[in-house]
Design a protein around this ligand. Structure first.
Ligand code: NAD
Length: 416
């Protein structure tokens, strides 16, 4: 069985880039590990009166280019290694879109689907009470990730401000708009990914208005990808969507608005009228122009990579493809838009949110879209130019761009 530990995968990916870049030993070692990591045990009173102990983490991977930044995932399978991997990828992500931030990530091992709203609120506040000493707008800034929401960010900001005794909205991003959230943050991850697909279609001389597509994972990233694909590209057909409960397929196309409505009403995509069931595995292997993996890690491995028929794979999820799968996809001509490029729209608008919070001046939605498009398009072309120059796949090219930027910042600071 191939190695599926996400942190080992992140280190393997870095090693290949470090070798090509000729990184010196100290810089390579520095970039291979988190600079700081924290573990917390959080006792939380449940509605039954019982106290449960949750294991929680915050990893500040590298702060050479600025304060660390990264989401907070609540998931039953969360471990220190998934958080380390996600923090490493955040470091490369902020570098590839060239924003002045480092990379971090947080997590709580829990199952939010089995928790009430008041239990979630107590867990959110407990996390902030534990982590507050290492958080601040100029230190480390969390945001939403899998199974965390703007409401959870609101409770966290409120708890943090209660602790420090003054307003500090920039300590967390992805907040609801009335509490200092940014216009355009909700769909930013998917929007940035679709901008990359548009540029990829141009580079590959494909007609972007006629592309069939499928979406694995129907949460924040996946739902907005389904909604925005045709809107931004001027056409296309959504053939399949899925979530953790399975997927649905329609040869004649799925109306993304209806799929989102059905998911909201029933909690799942299964049973959407006018569709037939499809498994998550079969969805990945559909003959589509664009595949959006938007769920979790290790969706495409050495076991199924040879069966991927998509022309473009836009990785909205973090870590959906293993290194062995990358090689197979490259040999088979699948154009992969790697995670930390394709899903960088979220952190880019989170950065805009921090800037607006600090200035206490808020931008209109059109300005967010223009600025996001500019950053994503530039990042795509930086990576695409590198991949053409080095004759390598887009993930390795993205590593070459990002790692050299972070290594340069470490060197300028005199760290190595
Ligand atoms: P979310 O919690 O809103 O949605 C997750 C979705 O994935 C749900 O629909 C869930 O049912 C589905 N899912 C879970 N396990 C699955 C499985 N085994 N097969 C198919 N579907 C499954 O989370 P999100 O914020 O949309 O994040 C999705 C991915 O995008 C994650 O990898 C996350 O790290 C990444 N990401 C999100 C953002 C963001 O701004 N939300 C930014 C960058 C990257």
């Amino acid at each position: 069985m191939a190695e599926l530990n996400p942190f080992k995968i992140a280190q393997t990916q870095l090693n290949e880039a470090a070798q090509i870049l000729g990184l010196d030993k100290a810089t390579h070692e520095l970039l291979k590990w988190p600079m700081r990591e924290y573990r917390y045990l959080l006792p939380v009173k449940m509605d039954t009166g019982e106290t449960r102990i949750f294991h929680a983490y915050r990893v500040q991977y590298n702060a050479a280019r600025g304060p660390t930044k990264g989401g907070l995932r609540w998931h039953p399978d969360e471990t220190i290694d998934t958080v380390r991997a996600l923090a490493a990828w955040m470091t490369w992500k902020t570098a590839v879109v060239n924003i002045p931030l480092g990379g971090g990530k947080g997590g709580v091992t829990c199952n939010p689907k089995e928790m009430t709203e008041s239990e979630k609120e107590r867990l959110a506040r407990a996390y902030i009470r534990a982590a507050a000493p290492v958080l601040a707008v100029d230190r480390d800034v969390p945001a939403p990730d899998v199974y965390t929401t703007p409401q959870i960010m609101a409770w966290m900001m409120d708890e943090y401000e209660t602790i420090v005794g003054h307003k500090h909205p920039g300590v967390i991003t992805g907040k609801p708009i009335p509490l200092g959230g940014s216009q355009g943050r909700g769909d930013a991850t998917a929007r940035g990914g679709v901008y990359c697909v548009r540029e990829a279609a141009r580079a590959k001389e494909m007609d972007a208005t006629k592309m069939s597509h499928a979406v694995q994972g129907f949460g924040n990233a996946g739902q907005f990808a389904a909604l925005l694909h045709c809107e931004i590209l001027g056409g296309g057909k959504l053939l399949a969507v899925s979530d953790s409960g399975g997927g649905v397929y329609s040869k004649s196309g799925i109306d993304p608005e209806k799929a989102v409505h059905h998911k909201r009403e029933t909690g799942r995509v299964a049973g959407l009228p006018g569709t037939e069931p499809i498994s998550n595995e079969d969805l990945l292997e559909l003959d589509v122009d664009v595949l959006y993996p938007a769920a979790l890690e290790n969706a495409v491995t050495a076991d199924n990579a040879a069966n991927i028929k998509a022309r473009i794979m836009c990785e909205l999820a973090n870590g959906p493809t293993t290194p062995e799968a990358d090689k197979i996809l490259f040999e088979n001509g699948v154009f992969v838009l790697p995670d930390f490029l394709a899903n960088a729209g979220g952190v880019t608008v989170s950065y805009f949110e921090q800037v607006q919070n600090t200035a206490n001046y808020y931008w209109p939605l059109e300005d967010i879209h223009v600025q996001l498009d500019r950053r994503m398009t530039t990042a795509f072309h930086d990576v695409h130019t590198m991949s053409t120059k080095e004759k390598c796949h887009m993930r390795l090219a993205a590593y070459l761009v990002s790692v050299s930027r972070v290594a340069e910042a470490c060197k300028l600071r005199g760290w190595c």
